[in-house]
Design a protein. Structure first.
Length: 554
C-alpha cells in the first residue's frame, strides 16, 4: 500500500510539473473552477438562451459558421468543468450544484430550440441537422480528447493557454445536439433525430467528464488539501438559484466526499461504456453501408451502357443481414434474368452480404438516353435559333410521335408497324400497331404506354396498342378477307401480305386469289404467291422492308 501511495505521489508530482500545477496551487484551482461552475445568474442564462437560439437558426439555414458561433458564446463549459472537478475531488455538494446547472442548461436549450423551430415557417432537415443524428464511437473519442484539453486549459490558469479556450468551446460541441433535439421535437417529433442527437450529447458529456476526471486525478486534485479547501469553500460561499436550493435541503446538507477516486472514475467509466455500446453499433452500421454502397457502385457497370442504358435513380434498403437495391434505369432494351443475377452476384461479393435487386426499366429511345447523359454535362451558351414556322412545328411533332413510338423497346418477336393519332374532345389518342404472334400482356402495354408518354412529355397522353397477328390465316370468310386485309394495310402501310398456296391448290386457283387481293387494293410485290406444304390458301402479314419507318396517320 505504501509503495502504491509513493507511486501515485510520484505520478502526481511529475504530471503537475509537466502541466505547471504546483501542490500549493491546487486549492486555488478548485475555488476558481467552483466559483465559475455555480455562477448561474441572469447573464449566464441570457447568454445560454441566445446561444441556443443562434445554434437553432444555424441548423435551420444549414450554416456551419453560425453553429460554430453558437458554440463559441455558449457558457455551458464552466458548469461542466465544475461537475468534472467535483467528481475528481469527491465533492458531493459541488457535483449536485454544478450538475443541476448542466441539466437545467440542457433543458433550457432544448426548450428554446423547440419554441423557435415551431415559430419558423419551415422545418427542413438540413445537412447540419442530419449529421448530428447518427453519432458513432468516433464522436466519443473526440469528446475524450476535448475533455483532456478542457482540463489542461483549466489547470494552466492565467493566460498561457487562453488562446485555446475558443477551440475548446468548439470541440466540446454541447449546444448543437441539444438544439437538434429541440428542433426534432417541434418538427413532428422525429424520434430518430431526437434519439440520435441526445445520444450525441450523452457521448460528449461522458467523454469530457471521463477524460477530465482522469486528468484532475493525475495531478492530485483528490488530495486532502483540496478536499479541505472544498469544505471551506462551501462554508464561505452562498450558492443561489436551483443549485443552491437543492444543497440546502436536508439531504444536501450532509453531502460530503463520496467514494474513493477509483470508485468515482469507475462510475464515470461505466456510464461511458453504456453510451459507447450504441455508438459502436452505429459506427459498424455506417461502415457496412459504405461498403455496400461501394459494391453497388461497382456492380452498376452491369447496366451502364452509353447510348443504351442510363441509371435514373437508386435507393438502398438496409435490412438486418441483407440489402435490397431499388434501381430505376432508362433503357432501350429489356434486361433479362442473367443481367439481374450478374448485378446481384457482383454486389454481394463486394458487400460481403446478400444483395438483391428490384429493377424498374423505363423504355426510352436512344436519343433520350443520350439526352439524360448530356444533362450531366455543362452546356455552352449560344445565340438562340429562330423559332420554326407552324407547319414545321406540326411536322416535327408528328415525326416526334412516330420516332418515339417506333423506338420503344418492344419485347422480342414484337415489331411496330405504324402509328395513328386520333384527336377528339377527350384528348389525343395515339394508337401503335405491332406485329406479333401473340398479343402483348397488359403489363407490357402499361410500361410502353408510360414510356411513350414520358418521351412526349405528356403525362396525360392516352396510348393504345393494336395487335396485328403474324400467324398465317385462312383466306376467306372464316379467316381473312381481301377487304379486311386491304383496310389493315391502309391503317398500317408498313405491312405487306404474303399469299401462301398449298400443294393442293393449282395455279389457276392461286392466281384467282391473287387477283382478288389486287382488286381489293392489296399490293402484290414482293412476290405475292408462295408455295408451302400446308394445304389450302392462307395469308400472312409481314413487315414491308421497302417502306422504311412505320408511317404516321392522323
Amino acid at each position: 500500500m505504501e509503495s502504491d501511495a509513493a507511486v501515485a505521489t510520484t505520478v502526481e508530482k511529475v504530471a503537475g510539473e509537466r502541466l505547471g500545477v504546483k501542490a500549493w496551487d491546487r486549492p486555488a484551482i478548485f475555488r476558481d473552477v467552483a466559483d465559475a461552475a455555480v455562477e448561474a445568474d441572469l447573464p449566464y442564462w441570457t447568454v445560454l438562451v441566445l446561444s441556443g437560439a443562434i445554434a437553432t437558426l444555424g441548423l435551420a439555414i444549414d450554416s456551419s459558421a453560425v453553429v460554430i458561433g453558437a458554440m463559441l458564446v455558449a457558457p455551458l463549459l464552466a458548469p461542466l468543468t465544475g461537475f468534472t472537478l467535483a467528481l475528481a475531488v469527491g465533492d458531493g455538494r459541488l457535483a449536485v450544484q454544478s450538475g443541476t446547472v448542466v441539466v437545467g442548461s440542457a433543458l433550457a436549450v432544448v426548450l428554446v430550440a423547440a419554441l423557435l423551430t415551431a415559430a419558423l415557417p419551415f422545418q427542413t432537415i438540413t445537412l447540419e441537422i442530419s449529421s448530428r443524428a447518427r453519432p458513432t464511437i468516433l464522436d466519443l473519442a473526440v469528446a475524450v480528447f476535448s475533455g483532456v484539453v478542457a482540463a489542461v486549459v483549466t489547470l494552466a490558469r492565467g493566460h498561457r493557454l487562453s488562446a485555446a479556450i475558443p477551440g475548446v468551446a468548439i470541440a466540446v460541441a454541447l449546444i448543437p445536439p441539444l438544439a437538434v433535439g429541440g428542433f426534432a421535437m417541434a418538427a413532428g417529433w422525429r424520434s430518430d433525430l431526437i434519439a440520435g442527437s441526445l445520444l450525441l450529447f450523452g457521448a460528449n458529456l461522458a467523454g469530457i467528464v471521463l477524460s477530465g476526471v482522469a486528468v484532475f486525478l493525475l495531478v492530485g486534485m483528490q488530495r486532502p488539501d483540496v478536499v479541505e479547501a472544498a469544505r471551506g469553500w462551501h462554508r464561505d460561499t452562498i450558492t443561489r438559484g436551483p443549485a443552491g436550493w437543492l444543497t440546502r435541503l436536508p439531504p444536501g446538507r450532509f453531502l460530503d466526499v463520496f467514494g474513493s477516486p477509483s470508485k468515482r472514475i469507475l462510475m464515470v467509466a461505466a456510464f461511458t461504456a453504456v453510451v459507447a455500446m450504441p455508438l459502436t453499433e452505429s459506427l459498424r452500421q455506417i461502415a457496412r453501408e459504405a461498403r455496400v454502397r461501394r459494391a453497388v457502385d461497382a456492380a452498376e457497370a452491369t447496366f451502364e451502357e452509353p447510348g443504351t442504358v442510363s441509371i435514373v435513380s437508386r435507393r438502398l434498403a438496409f435490412g438486418p443481414d441483407r440489402t435490397q437495391v431499388y434501381l430505376r434505369v432508362a433503357t432501350t432494351r429489356w434486361h433479362g434474368p442473367d443481367d439481374r443475377h450478374a448485378f446481384e452476384r457482383a454486389a454481394s461479393a463486394g458487400a460481403g452480404e446478400p444483395v438483391s435487386l428490384v429493377l424498374e426499366e423505363l423504355p426510352v429511345s436512344t436519343g433520350d438516353v443520350d439526352a439524360l447523359t448530356d444533362l450531366l454535362q455543362p452546356q455552352e451558351s449560344g445565340a438562340p435559333a429562330p423559332p420554326p414556322a407552324l407547319p414545321e412545328l406540326l411536322a416535327l411533332a408528328r415525326a416526334r410521335v412516330r420516332d418515339a413510338a417506333t423506338a420503344l423497346p418492344f419485347p422480342p418477336g414484337v415489331r411496330p408497324v405504324g402509328v395513328e393519332i386520333v384527336a377528339s374532345e377527350a384528348g389525343e389518342l395515339v394508337r401503335v400497331g405491332y406485329l406479333a404472334a401473340e398479343p402483348m400482356g397488359e403489363q407490357a402495354n402499361q410500361v410502353l404506354a408510360r414510356a411513350l408518354a414520358q418521351a412526349m412529355a405528356r403525362t396525360a397522353l392516352r396510348v393504345e396498342f393494336v395487335h396485328v397477328p403474324a400467324a398465317a390465316r385462312r383466306l376467306g370468310a372464316a379467316g381473312a378477307t381481301p377487304d379486311s386485309l386491304a383496310a389493315l394495310l391502309r391503317r398500317f402501310p408498313a405491312l405487306r401480305v404474303e399469299l401462301l398456296a398449298g400443294e393442293d391448290v393449282d395455279s389457276t386457283e392461286a392466281a384467282t386469289a391473287a387477283d382478288a387481293l389486287r382488286e381489293a387494293g392489296v399490293s402484290g410485290e414482293p412476290p405475292l404467291v408462295q408455295r408451302t406444304p400446308e394445304p389450302g390458301l392462307r395469308v400472312r402479314l409481314a413487315p414491308d422492308e421497302r417502306t422504311g419507318p412505320p408511317p404516321l396517320s392522323g
